[in-house]
Design a binder for this molecule. Structure first.
Ligand SMILES: Nc1ncnc2c1ncn2[C@@H]1O[C@H](COP(=O)(O)OP(=O)(O)OP(=O)(O)O)[C@@H](O)[C@H]1O
Ligand SMILES: [Mg+2]
Length: 207
């Protein structure tokens, strides 16, 4: 079995930047790596992603949560598990912790044991071996997002939520890390791209 690594954090915290570098590094170490993301990295997921992010429809919180979970179950069973079973390391941009942070905390859905069970169930048995949480304040992330959008990249429906939403998301990631400190590693994302990457490699070296 390969290892399953997820990257988590708010919008603009550097997940994609660091994931790409991490994948290159793992490959240079001789690992067979699958790079993937949520939502939308399966043929069915490609259809689900625009429903969630385009802004054409605004799902109610329960519908939003269920669409994310539908995408996840499909992704795990058809993409992640088959790769892990052939010994690949799977590196995924967002996973269940994002769902907890955005679709529960961000939407102020009541966090019940039943919902927690449903999130677990949608993972189809695939819990990450390690989660990298890129810890960046909402204020610092907003500065990066502004410069990225000035560079021409369009914002999606969730990027455009108000500051209180992003604060709730941040607080949720902070609690998730404290409650799961074995699995979730906090990385100081204010550092330079190179220093953040060095911290990530130090964590993954232990795998
Ligand atoms: N350590 C860093 N220092 C300064 N700028 C950075 C750093 N890491 C990333 N950036 C820049 O910040 C912006 C956001 O980074 P990136 O797209 O990797 O974040 P993300 O977490 O993947 O965002 P999203 O959740 O929207 O996908 C990009 O313009 C990127 O070049
Ligand atoms: Mg990204």
């Amino acid at each position: 079995m390969g290892k399953f690594i997820t990257f988590e954090g708010g919008d603009g915290s550097g997940k994609t930047t660091q994931l790409l570098r991490t994948v290159d590094w793992l490959k240079s170490q001789g690992q067979d790596v699958l790079q993937t993301f949520e939502p939308g990295d399966s043929p069915l997921g490609k259809e689900i992603r625009p429903l969630l992010l385009s802004g054409e429809h605004v799902p109610v919180p329960a519908a939003e949560l269920l669409l994310f979970l539908a995408d996840r179950a499909q992704h795990v069973e058809t993409v992640i598990k088959p790769a892990l079973e052939t010994g690949k390391w799977v590196v995924c941009d967002r996973y269940t912790d994002s769902t907890l942070a955005y679709q529960l905390a961000g939407r102020a859905l009541q966090d019940t044991p039943q919902l927690r069970d449903m999130l677990k169930w949608a993972e189809c048995g695939c819990e990450p071996d390690v989660t990298i949480w890129l810890d960046l304040s909402v204020e610092d992330a907003a500065i990066r997002m502004a410069s990225r959008q000035a560079g021409g990249e369009a914002a999606n429906r969730l990027d455009e939520e108000k500051t209180s939403f992003h604060q709730a998301v941040y607080q949720a990631f902070d609690s998730i890390q404290k409650d799961n400190s074995q699995r979730v590693k906090r990385i100081d994302a204010r550092q330079s791209i190179e220093d953040v990457q060095a911290d990530i490699q130090a964590v993954l070296q232990n795998l």
